[in-house]
Design a protein around this ligand. Structure first.
Ligand code: GLN
Length: 543
């Protein structure tokens, strides 16, 4: 009997950053559009138990799932492409694998045996790979293996794939993504790195079934045939993955290359319907034919690595397309802004977004940015630390509590308008101990948040320790900063808005994690719309 769920492994060769996550998500999109139920899992070979403890400079943003897992940013792409939630089981690291094997060893589960990479670590990897399939919810599970084939730390994963390929009743194929570089001097596309990369997989006992070749230039049939011949692959299974204008074009490019058809054939699955991508195409049409253009400033301290704010940047793209507005992002380092230069640095912006973050660095620049946006009536969205900065700024400059701060930055402030909640005070472990995942929020009717959500009860994802201090709530309320979103279970403030301002909102949660191509997030949509309206009004008033 064939296994119910089929598996596709996606590996990468030659270099990192070839876009395995986007290829995996695009393939999943095409299979989903044919009527298959698909999910994607990411296996990360590093030893951190999860990326929650990683500085964004290392691997970019930490993505948070509904069930509160701190995960690799590729899971954000999976959700944005598929419009389906991922979970804790969709991201596994070497740290987590070893942690569970070592815990079992301490419990005596191995009965005196020597615990080894093979079979104990590989067994745990295989168990994690099968978890999603075993739920019975998916026809196809795509498992992306992080890193590059040939890395020492990837070896146990490749070995697990080799074992699974030989396992009875386990149907799987391997899609290997490599690079075909173009040598400008000779004007040639070179296949040798791909040949070597496949050889390296073969040394580990894994023959790929499909090759996707990242390339800057169109591949000739000759190149495809050569790769097919040297790498034991049928020529129709050599797929061109040419550089795309946007990541959202990749599913269409993969459809042209018939990647989905080849995959279904290799998995012995019915093609079902032709992929229906109408909604996706209408998103792309709006994205590429904007009627207006605005500039939004993204103020944060990790802007040297744009992946640190991946979900925010993508949410703004979704919101822009939804409004048929081209949203240009201006990345502004929070350490570079102060009250003296805010006007000069920020006056060209149509909207300002202050980003999430942790710790002292750049905090005064964020607060100066909020002041500028509030006083000059520039549409403003503050996310998590950005919301906390909005509260601190309002306390200092409107409530006149000059020393107001978050106790994260100043433990001894006399006015901790943002502070650590009781249940966080005794926590010393850093991993997975923040307030994480989806929590409910009740929204006041008549607020801008209500106008966006068109709903009084929503849930949003969280990742923070510090909170609005309710002791000050009435003072804020009486002076024009209203708490328009409250957690109904514990009264924590989730959303603040400022009166007499075209659009000023701070949210303790992370709306960016829930924005997808087919369901752009309402807060981003309204923020972009407000930024464009204010721009148009300002232009009109000049003439
Ligand atoms: N550092 C803040 C906290 O822990 C905000 C976190 C964030 O922006 N994600 O509450």
């Amino acid at each position: 009997m064939a296994s119910a769920t089929k598996y596709i492994f996606v590996t990468g060769g030659v270099t990192s950053s070839l876009g395995k996550g986007i290829i995996a998500a695009s393939l999943a999109k095409l299979l989903q559009a044919r009527g298959y139920s698909v999910t994607i899992q990411k296996l990360d070979p590093y030893i951190n138990v999860d990326p929650g403890t990683l500085n964004p400079y290392e691997h970019g943003e930490c993505f948070v799932t509904e069930d509160g897992a701190e995960t690799d940013l590729d899971l954000g792409h999976y959700e944005r492409f598929l419009n389906v939630n991922t979970s804790q089981a969709n991201n596994v690291t070497t740290g987590r694998i070893y942690q569970s094997v070592i815990n079992q060893e301490r419990e005596g589960a191995f009965l005196g045996k020597t615990v080894q990479v093979i079979p104990h670590i590989t067994d745990e990897i295989k168990r994690r790979i099968k978890l999603l399939g075993n739920t019975g919810n998916y026809d196809i599970v795509i498992t992306e293996i992080g890193g590059t084939v040939g890395d020492i730390e990837s070896l146990p994963y490749i070995e697990a794939v080799r074992q699974l390929k030989w396992e009875p009743n386990f149907d799987c194929i391997v899609l290997h993504l490599t690079l075909v570089p173009f040598l400008a001097t000779s004007g040639e596309l070179k296949t040798k790195p791909t040949q070597h990369s496949v050889k390296s997989l073969l040394e580990s006992g894994v023959q790929p079934d499909i090759l996707a070749l990242r390339t800057e230039h169109k591949l000739t049939e000759g190149v495809k045939e050569k790769v097919a011949l040297f790498c034991n692959i049928s020529p129709d299974a050599v797929i061109q993955a040419i550089d795309a204008e946007t990541i959202y074009d990749v599913p269409l490019l993969m459809k042209e290359e018939e990647l989905d058809k080849v995959v279904l054939k290799k998995l012995n699955l019915e093609p079902k319907a032709e992929p229906s991508l109408d909604a996706w195409n209408s998103f792309l049409a709006k994205l590429k034919n904007p009627k207006h253009k605005i500039t939004i400033g993204l103020v944060g301290k990790y802007i040297e690595l744009k992946d640190s704010y991946k979900s925010i940047a993508e949410a703004l793209i979704h919101a822009g397309a939804n409004n048929e507005i081209d949203v240009e992002l201006e990345w502004i380092h929070s350490e570079s802004v102060n009250n003296a230069n805010a006007q000069e640095k920020l006056n060209k912006l149509n909207g300002i977004l202050v980003a999430p973050g942790f710790g002292e660095r750049g905090i005064e620049g964020k607060i100066a940015t909020v002041k500028y946006a509030r006083e000059n009536k520039v549409p403003f969205l503050g996310i998590c630390l950005g919301m906390q900065c909005a509260v601190i700024e309002f306390a200092r400059n409107v409530l006149n509590l000059k020393d107001a701060h978050s106790s994260e930055m100043d433990e001894n402030t006399a006015n901790p308008v943002i502070y650590l909640m009781e249940d966080q005070r005794d926590i010393t472990n850093k991993g997975g101990t923040m307030r994480l995942g989806a929590y409910p929020c009740h929204i006041s009717e008549g607020s801008k948040a209500y106008n966006a959500y068109q709903n009084t009860d929503i849930t949003e994802r969280h990742r923070h320790r510090y909170e609005f201090n309710n002791k000050y709530k009435n003072d804020f309320d009486n002076s024009g900063m209203k708490a328009t979103g409250i957690n109904p279970d514990n009264n924590l403030v989730e959303i603040v808005e400022v009166d007499n301002h075209p659009w000023f909102m701070g949210v303790q949660f992370h709306p960016e994690y829930k924005s997808t191509v087919l369901t752009p997030h309402p807060l981003f949509t309204e923020f972009v719309k407000a930024s464009n309206s204010v721009k148009q009004e300002n232009l009109a008033s000049k003439y």
